[in-house]
Design a binder for this molecule. Sequence first.
Ligand code: AMP
Length: 193
Amino acid sequence: MDLVLFGIQGSGKGTQAKRFAAEHGYRIFEAGGELRAMAATGTLLGETVKSYIDEGKLVPFAIIMDVVGAAIKACPFDQPLLFDGIPRDRAQMESFDRIMEEASRGFFCIELLVDEEAAIQRILKRAEAEGRKDDADEAIIRRRMATFHEKTSPVIETYRKAGKVVKVEGEGTVEEVFERFVRAVNQWKKKLS
Ligand code: AMP
């Protein structure tokens, strides 16, 4: 069973995703990371992607869906996937659902809940460590948060109504959150078995 992870920027989602994937045998698909790698290629497509990232806007549908579609198709059936950062709006959700259905892959979602102001402070700190332009400007961070509320929250709501979302409290140490995360996944798996 695959896993889709939701959470606002700075929720610690990336950290939890990487650790969970490494310890539980999941292959990770990190949308932001894939797009940043594309942006770094210096090609025309890369430059286009970079301009969206730098402004804190969603990269066009066709670009991100091509990348995720290829990753899903290339993944062996018995290899579970962990999606971080996708789907982020309704169009992506509809396309994602279709691709997953065609690949006969089931999934459920974890929503990491954190305080927004604390998340903004975490991102500004991360900007210093990672040198990310889109993390260093508070106005751009707030735009990304607004996009999350406007476009991603309705996606989570749709999945919630379909009974596919488990909430995990994201405040606390990385260790504490990870324990809750693993517990939530195990409870979900138990429910299915
Ligand atoms: P993140 O690392 O998740 O904060 O993503 C960084 C940036 O990558 C976002 O601000 C978007 O510009 C782009 N991005 C990440 N995921 C997506 C997605 N699913 N659809 C479109 N753009 C995305």
